[in-house]
Design a protein around this ligand. Structure first.
Ligand SMILES: [Zn+2]
Length: 246
């Protein structure tokens, strides 16, 4: 039996039998893996805390026939303060679910893990606008997945543009000449400027940018549709977020 030590964040779990869990961890060495944690649902289990969603830890695993099994764990940061605040929790669940939907099992993605850790850290420690954090997170996550929206030049003719339209189907901005009936999202100069900022900003600098709520909502609507177009997955947490908003 060979043991492997990984670091990672627990994305979700499902119950197994009386007291076990299968947890999904996004790890540094193995990418996303499903791991059986025996007895983890018992209150006195040594795995109780380290197998909760959001938990970032060191996990020692061994590989069985199909799944990995957890043999030891050590919490680095549980991020459990997220669950004390309903807004942060709602966004946090969304971040975990989106990462889960954008990653393939056992395909290494250090950049995705790093994005998730930075985002959870900001969610826990900083007082940033959550809608802005989500928009920037979405842009970065879909870009890491290989679908970075093009926002500098028209995606069809390559001309540099200051304003135009966003085409979900083509994955970027298009100019007036290349616009078709499906490029329904107008992008004026200010919105274009915001798109550039969102593309280039580091998460740790989010507190320093100026934004207005309407533009963020408008761009989020585009981003949500774009992600759905690329993944074809409807996330439960988006439905939850919409319900809470109402
Ligand atoms: Zn064009």
């Amino acid at each position: 039996m060979s043991l492997i030590n990984v670091q990672g964040v627990v994305l979700k779990y499902i119950k197994l039998g009386e007291s076990d869990k299968i947890i999904t961890i996004l790890t540094d060495k193995l990418g996303k893996v499903d791991v059986v944690a025996h007895g983890a649902r018992k209150t006195k289990s040594k795995f109780m805390a380290s197998t909760q969603p959001f938990c970032y830890g060191e996990y020692q695993l061994y590989k069985g026939k199909n799944l990995y099994t957890l043999s030891q764990s050590n919490i680095i940061d549980s991020f459990q303060t997220i669950i004390m605040d309903l807004d942060k929790l709602t966004f946090g669940i969304y971040f975990l679910e989106l990462i889960d939907s954008l990653t393939e099992s056992e395909t290494k993605s250090i950049s995705m893990l790093s994005l998730l850790l930075k985002t959870l850290y900001i969610l826990t420690h900083d007082d940033v606008n959550l809608k802005l954090l989500r928009l920037v997170f979405d842009f970065k996550a879909i870009s890491i997945s290989g679908y970075m929206p093009q926002v500098n030049c028209c995606i069809k003719c390559g001309n540099k543009i200051l304003e135009g339209y966003f085409s979900i189907k083509d994955g970027g901005v298009v100019c007036r000449n290349c616009k078709d009936s499906k490029s329904i999202y107008g992008i004026n100069k200010e919105t274009m400027n915001n798109l550039h900022i969102i593309k280039n900003i580091k998460l740790e600098d989010l507190r320093n940018i100026k934004y207005d709520d309407k533009t963020i909502d408008y761009l989020q609507n585009i981003m949500t549709r774009y992600i759905f177009y690329q993944t074809e997955k409807q996330l439960k947490s988006i439905i939850l977020m919409d319900k809470i908003k109402k």
